[in-house]
Design a protein around this ligand. Structure first.
Ligand code: ZN
Length: 242
């Protein structure tokens, strides 16, 4: 089975389309949240994910667009883009986002946006955090998003204090040596210094994952953001991958 694993699209339709084309034929799409926020095409991205994804969990920016999060926790750019997104969202997109679960278990896989401990909000960055989070899910693999950086935490390594690692792109990696917390990286707003869109292809039958990165037309998304009047700081960071 070939699953397209995407997260943190952030209303970047151009990046999403590039990823879908690059992924080729898949049996299912799983989305780890933050479909909206920051980017210029929230409704189009909601419609695409709603139509194509078998599983979608909700992210903090999705909640913010629904008015379920206090915007005081957001920086100025995120706050402004959220207010813009709230104005844009159709009732259809609003209702779809509002019905999304914050955790989904599919066979031996758990899906959340942030972490299994705090599904919508926690950033999984440090090994001690990851080690603690292995107590909060029962499956062999848990997929997360939220940090906008590809990462693998293996349970035994995290318990020894080893940081997460990113395997080489385009190579199959077997998640078969214990349990794992895995982040495929962000489709629409990477923050690891690499502006290329990130995603993964996963086979839940064999537990083999392949991380992928691809260049897309960042300038087109930037033009759409400027036309929408979104904050310039967000436009600029997209080209830097920060
Ligand atoms: Zn995000």
């Amino acid at each position: 089975m070939r699953v397209l694993l995407i997260t943190d699209i952030h209303a970047n339709r151009v990046a999403l389309e590039a990823v879908v084309q690059d992924a080729g034929a898949v049996d299912a799409v799983w989305c780890l949240g933050d479909v909206v926020g920051y980017g210029p095409r929230p409704n189009e991205c909601c419609v695409w994910v709603e139509t194509h994804a078998a599983i979608t969990v909700v992210g903090n920016h999705d909640w913010a667009a629904l008015g379920k999060l206090d915007l005081d926790d957001f920086n100025e750019g995120a706050r402004q883009s959220t207010l813009w997104t709230v104005e844009q969202l159709t009732p259809y997109a609003y209702q779809w986002l509002d019905a999304l679960p914050n955790r989904y278990i599919e066979g031996e896989t758990t899906l959340v946006h942030g972490s299994p401990r705090h599904p919508v909000w926690e950033y999984l960055l440090r090994p001690a955090q990851a080690a603690a989070n292995f107590e909060y899910f029962d499956t062999s693999v848990c997929f997360v998003g939220h940090t906008h950086a590809p990462a693998i935490f293996q349970e035994a390594l995290a318990r020894r204090g080893e940081p997460s690692y990113v395997p080489p792109y385009g190579e199959p990696i077997a998640l078969t040596n214990g349990r794992y917390l895995v982040n495929p990286g962000s489709v629409g707003q990477p923050r690891d210094g690499d502006p290329r869109a990130a995603y993964a292809i996963y086979d839940p039958d064999t537990c083999v994952i392949e991380f992928r990165r691809l260049a897309y037309d960042v300038e087109l998304t930037q033009r759409q953001m400027r036309e929408a009047g979104l904050p310039e700081s967000l436009v600029v960071r997209l080209a830097r991958g920060l």
